[in-house]
Design a protein around this ligand. Structure first.
Ligand code: M6P
Ligand code: ZN
Length: 192
């Protein structure tokens, strides 16, 4: 029933959606190239520390005009001063947008265009964030609890992870004096 025709599902807070079709777990090991302090990441991994960073529960669809619906849970935590985040991606099919709805916790949606121009929106319970076509997007948990949000996007959008993996985001969200701030990424574009 989740593959075709109407369905309904329920938001389960930190347990995502039920029913759902796909569950994706991302551990530190899956994000080893993404954090600024790579040395710290390698140190942790070599000690057998491989925390779960985020989980996505999704109902994906196939076919023209369909939407994918997903719920992402990002755990609270930092690598050095850098808050836990999602990988971030452009859509493979450029003219597609996405809508996020904040369920609980607090965080930041970092967006950027292909020239590295940055846009930031805060998210918490009840916030709707619209991500227009052409912007890469990453979600960052700046709070002390899980950040939970819903995502709705065209099922033909696709995920282009490679561009972001190579260049990084132009800005990073780190903690300073107990608060989140945006800084320039010293490594931005390094792998171009
Ligand atoms: C949201 C949506 C999904 C995405 C997920 C995790 O739920 O944007 O498409 O997969 O966040 O983000 P990422 O794929 O960048 O790791
Ligand atoms: Zn997306």
């Amino acid at each position: 029933m989740l593959d075709k025709g109407p369905y309904s599902t329920k938001i389960q807070g930190v347990n995502g959606l039920y029913p759902y079709k796909v569950k994706v777990e991302r551990y530190l090991k899956d994000l080893r190239e993404y954090f600024l302090d790579r040395q710290k990441v390698e140190e942790m991994l070599s000690k057998g520390e491989n925390p779960l960073i985020y989980v996505v529960y999704e109902i994906d669809r196939e076919g023209e005009g369909e939407f994918n619906v997903g719920c992402t849970i990002i755990y609270p935590g930092k690598i050095g001063d850098e808050y836990y985040f999602t990988k971030g991606h452009f859509h493979a099919k450029e003219p597609t947008s996405e809508v996020y709805v904040g369920i609980s916790g607090k965080g930041v949606i970092l967006m950027q265009d292909r020239d590295g121009r940055t846009f930031v929106e805060e998210i918490s319970q009840g916030t709707i964030v619209y991500i227009p076509p052409g912007l890469a997007h990453r979600s960052i948990n700046t709070g002390k609890n899980e950040l939970v949000f819903l995502a709705i996007y065209p099922s033909e959008a696709g995920h282009d992870y490679e561009t972001i993996m190579k260049t990084g985001f132009a800005k990073l969200v780190i903690e300073r004096d107990g608060k989140p701030i945006l800084i320039d990424n010293p490594n931005y574009g390094r792998y171009l």
